[in-house]
Design a protein around this ligand. Structure first.
Ligand code: SAM
Length: 269
């Protein structure tokens, strides 16, 4: 299958009178080698069902189809839809013109298992991934391209640089790893920053036996005052005595706490 080259992307945009929208984070991949790398790292099997958020002009959609997947492509920008539909015509790609934040996932995905493979818009990448992990159990495997800093935050372990609210939420639902790096030259237009590819495996059940809502409340409080020791930053929810009796050191800062320790504190808050 012919993947979209830089010339093809330019030609499509010209012919359809399109200008990339900064507000919608439109940086189109125009390098077939990068598309093949993303698809390889997604480890798809023929027949897999893939949600793609933000297909743009269809660069990645074509790569996913080449791997044997069928694709639900959710694109917010109605001006791109004619060009996208032209690119994926006759292929197993269902285009949905919608904001991914407002999709009724149970209607669209049913009960089956899905992958999510996407070059996510920079402004909505983190919140979208965290919402989907928390709310859409049908999506079990993620391969997302995001701004490098965002990717390292999603995958950071306790104590590592970048450890924060996204890292704890991701680790509650599964495991995340940065599996590749993508230079900014492969995009049109070229963004100011490089991107990384993050693979997330979502577990069918949370990684620890702790309720999500109280844990999230604590994590937000802890990282909201990340320079403070948890005996101060979490004082509205747990006392120093309670932290000690849970076997956690109250002089730690939020970034040093393991998921298990967040779970223990969430359980007594
Ligand atoms: N997948 C294409 C590629 O790799 O060339 C385009 C990626 S571009 C970084 C992000 C795409 O997401 C754009 O097409 C943009 O219009 C779309 N987008 C932005 N916000 C969105 C949202 N909330 N829901 C669905 N699509 C969105």
């Amino acid at each position: 299958m012919k993947l979209l080259t830089r010339t093809a992307v330019r030609e499509l945009m010209d012919r359809h009178g399109l200008q990339p929208s900064r507000a919608l984070g439109q940086n189109f991949v125009c390098d077939p080698g990068t598309i093949q790398k993303i698809v390889r790292l997604a480890e798809l099997r023929s027949g897999d069902q893939v949600v793609e958020i933000g297909p743009g002009l269809g660069s990645l959609s074509l790569g996913l189809v080449e791997a044997g997947a069928s694709v639900l492509a959710i694109e917010i920008d109605r001006y791109l839809i004619p060009a996208l539909s032209e690119v994926v015509e006759g292929k197993p790609v269902r285009v949905l013109n919608a904001d991914a934040n407002n999709v009724d996932w149970s209607t669209e995905l049913g009960d089956s298992q899905w992958h999510l493979v996407a070059n996510l818009p920079y402004n909505v990448g983190t919140s979208l991934v965290l919402d989907l992990l928390s709310e859409v159990g049908q999506i079990t495997q993620y391969l997302v391209m995001v701004q490098a800093e965002v990717g390292y935050r999603l995958a950071a372990q306790p104590g590592e640089k970048g450890c924060g609210i996204p890292s704890v939420i991701t680790s509650y639902w599964g495991s995340a790893r940065v599996v590749g790096h993508v230079p900014n030259q492969v995009f049109l237009p070229k963004p100011n920053v490089d991107s990384v590819l993050v693979r997330i495996e979502r577990s069918p059940t949370p990684m620890i036996d702790a309720e999500f809502a109280p844990l999230l409340r604590l994590v937000r409080a802890g990282f909201g005052q990340r320079r403070k020791m948890i005996r101060r930053s979490l004082s509205a929810f747990v006392s120093e005595e309670q932290i000690l009796s849970a076997g956690v050191d109250p002089t730690l800062r939020a970034e040093a706490l393991t998921l298990g320790q967040w779970g223990l504190l969430g359980g007594i808050s």
